[in-house]
Design a protein around this ligand. Structure first.
Ligand SMILES: C[S@@+](CC[C@H](N)C(=O)[O-])C[C@H]1O[C@@H](n2cnc3c(N)ncnc32)[C@H](O)[C@@H]1O
Length: 241
């Protein structure tokens, strides 16, 4: 019997129109879909997108990824999920694992693919790219992410402001992700560095609560949750010729 294929499918940033045709076609034919979820967020749109396109008979399994646990626990968790998926594939079933944005950019799909290949080096894997959240945030604000010869630095999680400062010294575009409660400090830093007018903020792009802010000073005193599921893009002329 031929084995099934594992598809790691990017579903884009949240706007239902930004799913690729390939993602939609795979969801329509799917019989088995794994959906990542975290107890730390109430974000449900990835599962909603799956339910919108998948047929009645499709089985949907939730895979928890808990951000706070130790690396060893996470490894065990991904290895156990990989074992379950491999069992299905060996029986000839295809399995989809869906992710927010693109599966190869700061995504749980990366850990799962690694765990799958560890257990089965030649496993049939198909990776379906998705529109990354930063690309949608840039489009909503007409923000040129890459320009000329300047670098683009993506900071996946703004936990230490020192990292943002170092990236500012380097020049070019900054993509700041996972901003959360650090929003007020980032605004202060950008103001200190004279970059506030070269920065844009987008939260929950493509979702009903989308929030676009071209003047970040308007976010001073905003509710603590404002920085959740948000990206700040900074155009920093440092180092420009
Ligand atoms: C773990 S990363 C996932 C990145 C994803 N794989 C991609 O390609 O965009 C999660 C971060 O992406 C950003 N993000 C995801 N969806 C977003 C959206 N709809 N609007 C704004 N930012 C978003 C937020 O910074 C969030 O903390």
């Amino acid at each position: 019997m031929n084995s099934g294929t594992f598809h790691a499918v990017g579903l884009g940033p949240g706007d239902p129109d930004l799913l690729t045709l390939r993602a939609v076609n795979l969801l329509r034919l799917a019989t088995l879909v794994y959906v990542p979820f975290s107890r730390l967020t109430s974000q449900t749109w990835v599962e909603e997108a799956v339910r919108r396109y998948a047929g009645q008979d499709c089985m949907i399994f939730k895979v928890e990824f808990s951000l706070g646990e130790s690396s060893a626990t996470r490894q065990r968790h991904w290895q156990a999920t990989a074992r379950q998926i491999i069992e299905r594939l060996r029986r000839g079933e295809d399995a989809l694992f869906v992710t927010l944005g693109d599966p190869l950019l700061f995504s749980t799909a990366i850990y799962l693919i690694r765990a799958l290949r560890k257990q089965w080096p030649d496993i049939p894997i198909d990776i379906v790219p998705g529109v990354s959240a930063y690309a949608h945030c840039a489009a909503l604000t007409s923000f040129a992410v890459g320009e000329g010869t300047l670098p683009v630095t993506i900071i996946p999680s703004v936990t230490a402001l020192a990292e943002v400062q170092t990236a500012i010294e380097r020049g070019g575009t900054l993509v700041l992700m996972k901003i959360g409660r650090h929003l007020p400090q980032i605004i202060n830093l950008l103001e200190d560095k004279g970059l506030i007018e070269h920065s844009v903020f987008v939260a929950r792009a493509g979702l009903p609560e989308q929030h676009v802010e071209i003047d970040l000073r308007n976010l001073r005193g905003a509710e603590a949750k404002t920085g959740n599921l948000a990206i700040i893009l900074v155009h920093n002329q440092n180092g420009e010729q």
